[in-house]
Write a protein that binds this ligand. Structure first.
Ligand SMILES: Nc1ncnc2c1ncn2[C@@H]1O[C@H](COP(=O)(O)OP(=O)(O)O)[C@@H](O)[C@H]1O
Ligand SMILES: [Mg+2]
Length: 436
């Protein structure tokens, strides 16, 4: 009956907030001890083991009671031979409550959700809780939220942020992903650190990023939103890829409309998506990695465009416009014939990156390559000579540590990059806005 109240700029209507995350007063949030009535029956809520335990238990699970009963008296199996036995199904367990965590501070309120730092009341571990965006959902649990959880769980890796569990708030529309807490994100760090990363450090960060992305691709996951604010870094020189909110499986048959073009934050978006491709693949992530590599070198984002057209023209300027040689399929892309290309000109990588070695420049150009078929893969990039030439990658233990803005210090926003294209009201490139 009551009007739906929404807080401008937040993704979640305020009435959806649970008691756990509703109070913004610093003092209150630390002392508030909720007594959730609904969670009074301890038997119905079993602490969920960590997902790694889940995996193990699903593999080695002993037969359940229902399977063993009657095994002596019956000859025929109780289920179809085409259906795997019950023990092969993943264990289904009730999620724990968000009240298992003590809220410490809000790390980030992005356009799509909120991330909190919190303490596990049982173990004392400091964790990060990301509230998933579950808006006025009429068709059950949203596929995007499922994809985020699925992708995080299937891409476990040293350089991917660790998912611990999924917990629920007061209602089933309040779902939080619990992750390891990581001190920094690279975007904030690049804006606040006193000196840029050294070449030896950039190599280590790039190797970690590439090995995480190779792992995701090997597990059939496209990230589709790689950018510095989605790369977390701890105080021990280790990068963790985060924010799988736009991730999805690839390799499955694609629906009639193809894959969505509403992916990858503008500044990191590859030319094939800008030109309307609906059958892109792993190469999209490698383009974004090229932009990140450039950003680490420049200490600011490479392409700071306002819209898709400006983005394309910035790309054309740095790479030189695409040719039949550099991108044979260019003209078959949906917008390939609509856009008038500038007159041929050489690339400007050397002018833009005067201090990079030729091996470094070669890696950068192999990542920022027009044709997705010719773009370097994560696997190949890891073997690139740039990583073996001097200076060699620095050991993560030798990285300096920085004060963590996410752990409570006032953070400074260095620059405002566009958000990932998850909204519905984005301006698409179309014939009408392409005319001069
Ligand atoms: N596990 C974490 N530890 C510490 N900070 C995190 C963690 N996950 C996210 N953050 C912070 O929250 C921000 C937003 O999280 P993200 O998953 O990227 O959500 P969104 O979908 O809103 O972009 C990140 O840029 C980072 O600063
Ligand atoms: Mg993000």
């Amino acid at each position: 009956m009551s009007a739906v109240e929404t807080v401008p700029g937040t993704s979640t209507p305020s009435r959806k907030r649970s008691k756990w995350d509703e109070d913004e007063g610093e003092d209150e949030q630390l002392t508030y001890v909720p007594q959730p009535k609904k969670r009074a029956k301890p038997k119905s809520i079993r602490p969920a083991p960590s997902a790694s335990e889940n995996v193990d238990s699903s593999r080695s699970a002993s037969p359940s009671g229902s399977q063993s009963t009657g095994s002596t008296s019956r000859q025929k199996p109780t289920h179809s031979v085409y259906v795997p036995p019950r023990t092969h199904h993943p264990p289904i367990q009730a999620s724990r409550s968000v009240y298992s965590y003590e809220r410490l501070n809000q790390i980030e309120e992005g356009s799509y959700g909120v991330v909190y730092r919190a303490r596990d009341k049982q173990t004392g571990d400091i964790v990060a809780l990301k509230k998933l965006k579950l808006e006025e959902e009429k068709n059950g649990f949203p596929i995007t939220a499922l994809r985020e959880i699925y992708a995080l769980m299937s891409c476990r890796h040293e350089n991917v942020v660790g998912i611990r569990e999924v917990v629920v708030g007061d209602t089933l529309t309040q779902v939080f992903v619990v992750m390891d807490f990581i001190e920094h994100d690279l975007k904030t760090l690049l804006g606040t650190m006193p000196a840029p990363f050294l070449q030896s450090e950039i190599k280590t960060l790039m190797l970690q990023l590439l090995s995480a992305v190779r792992h995701c691709h090997q597990n059939w996951i496209l990230h589709r939103d790689l950018k510095t604010s989605n790369l977390l870094m701890n105080n021990r020189g280790t990068i963790k890829v985060a924010d799988f909110g736009l991730a999805r499986r690839y390799g499955d048959p694609i629906g009639v409309g193809g894959l969505t073009q509403l992916v990858v934050t503008l500044w990191y978006r590859p030319p094939e998506i800008l030109l309307g491709a609906t059958t892109y693949s792993t190469a999209v992530d490698l383009w974004s990695i090229g932009c990140i590599f450039a950003e680490l070198l420049l200490k600011e984002p490479l392409f700071q465009a306002q819209g898709e057209l400006e983005m394309l023209s910035m790309i054309f300027k740095l790479l030189g416009p695409p040719t039949k040689n550099s991108w044979p399929d260019y003209s078959s892309l949906p917008l390939g014939k609509t856009i008038s290309l500038p007159s041929p000109q050489p690339h400007q990588f050397r002018t833009k990156f005067p201090y990079l070695t030729s091996a470094g420049l070669d890696l950068l150009m192999s990542l920022l390559t027009y044709d997705p078929e010719m773009r370097i893969t994560a696997e190949e990039a890891l073997e690139h000579p740039y990583f073996t030439e001097s200076p060699v990658p620095k050991h993560p233990d030798l990285f300096g540590s920085f004060p963590s803005a996410a752990a409570g210090e006032k953070r400074r926003k260095p620059f405002n990059s566009p958000t990932a294209p998850r909204g519905a009201n984005l301006n698409f490139l179309n014939d009408s806005n392409l005319s001069p």
